[in-house]
Design a protein around this ligand. Sequence first.
Ligand SMILES: *[C@@H]1O[C@H](CO)[C@@H](O)[C@H](O)[C@H]1NC(C)=O
Length: 471
Amino acid sequence: MRRTRALLLLLLMGGLAAVQPAAAAVGTLLADRVIFSGKLASSMGDSSYNGGRLPDLTGAAAGGGVAATFNPKPGAGLQFYFAAGAVDASKYAGLAFKIAADTSFTVNGGITVGVQVAPGIPKGVPLKTYLADGKVGPAWQAVFVPLADLGAGTALSRTLSVYWQGGTVQQPRMYIQGIQDTRSCVACVGQQNASEVIRRMDFAIASMGARMFRLDMETYAAGDEALQWCWPDCNMDSKYLTDLDTILTWVASKHPGVQVLLAAWNSKRGWGMTDLEWPTATTNAMWRTVVTRLGKHPHVWWGVSNEPEYNFDGAQDAQVWQAMNTAVAAIRAAEKDAGQYPHIVTVQGTRAWARPLDYYVTHPITAGDGINVAYETHPYNPQADFAALWVNPAKTLPVLIGEFGPVDGSMTSADAEKLMQTANSLGIPWTAWTLHMRCPPNLLQDLSNYGCGVGMPLRLTAWGELIKKYL
Ligand SMILES: *[C@@H]1O[C@H](CO)[C@@H](O)[C@H](O)[C@H]1NC(C)=O
C-alpha cells in the first residue's frame, strides 16, 4: 500500500478548547489550556517521535507551530503530554488546534487524532472527519474534535496525539512480542523455514493482537557452538535475506501496519561485534547488506546491536555511543545509496546488557541528524528500577522496551505486568521476550518434542497469556 507523502505543520494552540461547561455559572468562561503558543506551554511536554519531527521547520509557519511529516516513514506523529498528569475533562468540550501542510493534500483515514482517556485506554478518531473539505493545505485551518466523539470520560490522561495510524510508536496499541527468525534460537538451524516463522507471526497477530515484532536475526561464525548444527549454513547470505524478505512481504500484504524490528541479535562473532557487543566496521558492513536488500520495506526497523554488556559504572559510555553513532551513520549511508527513506533505527542501552539509557538523554545520536532514532532498553528488572531505566528517559527520548519477561532473581511476573501497565499508560511500545518454546522466558509451550517445532500446536504459556492481556 502506498502512503501519501505530505508535510503537515501543526499549530497546537489552546489545544483543549475552553468552553462553558454545563455546570458553570452562566457567563463564566474558562481560560484556554494553551498547549502551544510560540513555544510549548510550561505545563506541557513533547514526546513526539523524533522521526516525526522536522526541527528545522518548527515555528517556521506564520504564528509558529510544531512540524511533523506524515510520509512513508513509520514513526511520523506528534504527541504532547500534560506534564502534571491527568486533566479534568469536564472543564473542556474538545480538542482544538490548527493544522496546515506545505502543499495541499487529501487526508486519508490513517491520520488520527487521539487522546488517552485513562491510563492505557487510547481513543482516536480520523482527522479527516473534522476538516472542512477533507483536505489540509498551506493555510492554517482550525480543527475542533468534541471530547464526546472521542468517548472521553471525566479525565484526559497524559497524552494528546495526532499520529499516523499505520506505524507510529505513539500509537499505544502497537505492541508485541519478540520472535525468532528461521534459525529460531538455534532450534531450527538445520531446518530453516520462513513459512514456520510466518505461521507463528500470524498466530501472534490473530490470536494475541500483536502489532509489532522484534525479529531476532541469527548468524553464527567460527567459535560459536551453534555452528556445528547449521545446515546448510548460518551465514547472512542471499538465501537467508530472501527468507526475511518473504516474511516482510507477507506482513505487508496480509497485515498492513504491523511493524518489524530486525535486530542484530546473535551472535557477537557472527555479527562481528566486540566482546562487549558493540558494533564494529564488520557489523556495519553487514548492516549495509541487510539494509540494501530489505530497506525497500517501509515497515522495517533496524536494531543495531543486541545488548552492550558490563560497563556498569558508565566509564565506557562515550565509546559505546561512538560505536552506535557510527553504525547509524553507516545505515543512513546505505539507505541513501539505495534511495530509501531513513527507517527507524534502535540503539541499545550503553551498559549492563542494554539497560540504562541515561547517556543518550544527554547525548542523543547525531548521525543522520538523529532522525528516526529510537532508544532500546532490556529492563529485566524490578519495578523500583523502572523510573530510572525507561520512564524518565521516555520523557525526552523515543523509547522502545525491546525485551523483558520474568527471570528468576531479576524480574517477577508481577514486575513484568506492572511494566506493561505503565508502558501502556505512557504510550511506550514494548516487545516481550519471546514467541518461542525453548528460548526463555517463553510465550509458547514446548510441544515440539525438543525439535524445531515446525507445525507444532501453538499454545501460550502463563507468560504468553499475561502478555495477551495487555496487547
Ligand atoms: C515449513 O513450515 C510450514 C509451516 O509450519 C510447514 O507447513 C511446512 O511443511 C514446512 N516445510 C518443511 C520442509 O518442513
